[in-house]
Design a protein around this ligand. Structure first.
Ligand code: CO
Length: 452
């Protein structure tokens, strides 16, 4: 009896230690994925920077960059990427034996923010200079107040020797502007709700005591050019607060732009680590989802179609082959999802309740704002089972209109079986959003299985 008892206790101890080790492994893996994600977010204040980050990761593992304005030479067993507008990117690999189907994982590179207008400086009583900005996408306005912000984006110059237009990334990498609140004493009603006027309430202040005329100089200096050389600019505000992992057991991750760079990051990591033997693997990140996708580089554009058809033609396939392959292909449209909010539990659907850290969210909508149907849900659930990844479900309350995403828009150009998914998060479209540390790794794992 004693021996058995000791044996039993020993076994329990072994099991406990085993669990502890597994827990620790899980925590350290989630930690390293979270740290990598935070680095990526930190270096990606705008869609242009996110695409630049992905480009350099792809170049580092010998992907070949294709240009849309040159003929493409594509070989089986090789890997490539192409960008459009420097803000959308499609990376793909061709199996050794050619293409018979495509696995496409899409996400988006943009996030709601404020765009700097032309002639942005506004002088106020010869004492302040503020910047004229307009909204990009539908953001939560209040959290943009009273926090250090800066400016990033791209400028266009014309090179003198070859008379080519060149795009240069800009990031004023310091606290530069702020949108200060009005004191409570001057609006006692503020906490009872407020309608923000984008032209009055939301203009950031840039300087005090110095005359206007220096803003574009700062941009030029950051880009390493003369102010007069700048012929065009796409500049945006971004939140300076660095990302953070926090909570009782470090279970939360917060940062700007989790929607949708958390998915773009996980897609790329899964794409790079997958074997990519079975199918043409496509990592696709598109700009302008937050403003309806209707741009030359958005999901409503021909960018994905053009890329897939050009790859087919360059390999000697014809339009018939493309359509046959497409009918056997699958797309995952990944854009973050709403988790149940602890202060507003009534806002979530009564029977479909996603929580942070409990897995990838499968999104449903009867009116097909989300593409998920019985077929694509089944295929995605099967994929996650193979990858040992938990799946949750989201649908809007029947009395609430929800958001939309890029899956169904992309389907109007490239029509194939598609599932809409996302990672659960809180405070969507705030400049500081919150998600779960485990979920990024779940999507990396599912993407790796998808690109097997
Ligand atoms: Co999104």
């Amino acid at each position: 009896g004693v021996i058995n008892g000791e044996f039993l206790q020993g076994s329990i101890l072994v099991i406990r230690i085993q669990r502890q080790i597994e827990n620790n492994q899980e925590i350290s893996m989630n930690n390293s994925v979270s740290q990598e994600l935070l680095k990526f977010l930190q270096k990606s204040p705008t869609a242009f920077h996110a695409v630049q980050q992905m480009k350099s990761e792809l170049l580092a593992v010998d992907f070949t960059e294709l240009k849309e304005n040159q003929r493409w030479n594509i070989e089986c067993g090789k890997h490539y990427f192409v960008t459009r507008n420097d803000s959308s990117l499609i990376a793909f690999t061709i199996p050794e034996n050619g293409i018979d189907k495509m696995h496409i994982l899409t996400s988006h590179s943009d996030s709601p923010t404020f765009k700097i207008k032309e002639n942005p400086e506004i002088e106020v009583e010869k004492h302040y200079v503020k910047l004229n900005v307009e909204k990009y996408g539908g953001m939560l306005c209040a959290p943009w107040f009273d926090r250090p912000l800066s400016v990033a984006g791209r400028i266009i110059i014309k090179n003198t020797p070859n008379r080519q237009f060149t795009s240069k990334l800009v990031n004023i990498d310091r606290d530069l502007v702020m949108i200060p609140n009005l004191a409570i004493h001057m609006n006692r009603e503020i906490n009872n709700g407020y309608t923000y006027n984008a032209q009055k309430d939301l203009l950031p202040i840039y300087s005090c005591g110095s005359p206007k005329g220096t803003f574009m100089e700062q941009i030029a200096e950051a880009a390493g050019v003369e102010k007069e050389e700048i012929l065009g600019h796409d500049l945006f505000l971004y939140n300076r607060q660095e990302g953070s992992v926090w909570g009782a057991s470090k279970e939360f991750i917060s940062s700007g732009r989790l929607d949708d760079l958390q998915c773009a990051f996980a897609s790329l990591q899964g794409f790079l680590s997958g074997e990519k033997k079975d199918c043409m693997a496509v990592h696709c990140v598109l700009d302008n989802e937050e403003v309806g996708s209707g741009t030359k580089q958005g999901a409503a554009s021909t960018f994905l179609f053009d890329t897939l058809i050009r790859v087919h033609e360059a390999l000697g396939y014809d339009g018939e082959d493309y359509r046959v392959h497409l009918a056997d292909s699958f797309m995952i449209s990944a854009d973050n999802a709403h988790a149940v909010h602890p202060n507003y539990t009534e806002k979530a659907d009564p029977t479909n309740r996603p929580y942070l850290n409990e897995g990838i969210v499968l999104k449903f909508n009867a009116n097909q704002k989300y593409c998920t149907d019985a077929v694509s849900a089944a295929m995605f659930r099967d994929l996650c089972k193979r990858a040992d990844v938990p799946v949750q479900t989201f649908t809007n309350r029947s009395d609430m209109a929800g958001g939309s995403t890029l899956g169904n828009i992309s389907n109007t150009q490239v029509a194939l079986n598609t599932v809409d998914i996302g990672l659960p998060q809180l405070a969507m479209h705030s400049p500081y959003e919150t998600a779960g540390v485990k979920d990024t790794e779940y999507l990396v794992r599912a993407a790796k299985e998808f690109f097997c």
